[in-house]
Design a protein around this ligand. Structure first.
Ligand code: SAM
Length: 248
């Protein structure tokens, strides 16, 4: 079962138990996404990191363990109790602070963070042009932000232009799966950051498929709709947008 998980392109993720990660599932392969994003985003040792939309906390555990980062795992839908249990079970409670909050109204101090990351959650709030500027309040000048968010490689103008296999499964929410170039332009238009990298993840579709197949193997049939979408796509449209920037 774990052969699919041992990947030379994800050496750090490979050291984690795939069953542990699958048990925390809230969306595709968060550790692979984060490890790939970190090719473009350096986490200095001991950095203060804001993990936006951290879910049950797997990426916060990774940032603490791999980089000794002090992490504020901030999420809206997951209770503090549930995420705190994950963090404590991993023995990183001295480095990871669990906060139940809406990223659109954070009460952190000005310039509190060196780095902000968002793995598979930016699509829920980042489309609002006001969100990046408001979040930059808590990032120090020269601090970095990086996101990995599901994308379609090209923008579509009407619902009917969205690939049918995507809209059948995702519906209108695919409207938030913007292309990497869309995110680059949204950020660049603020004048508040310099975009330092922007790409569709090369192996985004195939990683998503591998993750979904692993979930389906644990609970046969549970992922049928997503598997149908991914198989129909074949990597032509679906991937993850990986975008990083530095605060001016
Ligand atoms: C698909 S889940 C991904 C969770 C986690 N990053 C992972 O990869 O496992 C999206 C997360 O975004 C969070 N989220 C959505 N809107 C939010 C908001 N306005 N503020 C904070 N978190 C939000 C949800 O609570 C949810 O946990």
């Amino acid at each position: 079962m774990s052969g699919w998980w041992q990947r030379t392109d994800y050496p750090r993720s490979s050291t984690y138990d795939p069953e542990w990660l699958l048990s925390l599932d809230m969306g595709p392969n968060p550790l692979w996404l984060l490890e790939d994003l970190l090719v473009d985003l350096v986490i200095p040792p001991g950095a203060r990191v804001l993990d936006l939309g951290s879910g049950l906390g797997a990426t916060s555990v990774f940032l603490a363990r791999e980089f000794g980062a002090e992490v504020w795992a901030t999420d809206l839908w997951v209770s503090e109790a549930a995420a705190t249990k994950v963090i404590a079970d991993c023995g990183v409670e001295d480095l990871v602070h669990v906060v139940n909050a809406d990223v659109r109204s954070l009460s952190y101090d000005n310039e509190q963070f060196d780095v902000m990351v968002s793995i598979d959650s930016w699509e829920y709030f980042g489309t609002d042009d006001r969100v990046l500027p408001s979040l930059l309040r808590v990032l120090r000048p020269g601090g970095r932000i990086g996101i990995a968010t599901p994308c379609l490689r090209e923008e579509f103008a009407t619902y009917e232009e969205c690939p049918a296999h995507v809209r059948e499964v995702v519906g209108w929410e695919a409207a938030a799966w913007h292309s990497p170039d869309w995110w680059r332009a949204q950020w660049a238009r603020t004048g508040l950051v310099d975009v330092t990298s922007c790409r569709a993840q090369e192996r985004g579709w195939s990683d998503w498929l591998a993750w979904t197949q692993a979930l389906d193997a644990r609970d046969p049939g549970s992922q049928r709709a997503v598997l149908d979408m991914l198989e129909a796509d074949g990597g032509a449209n679906l991937s993850f947008a990986m975008v990083t920037a530095v605060k001016r």
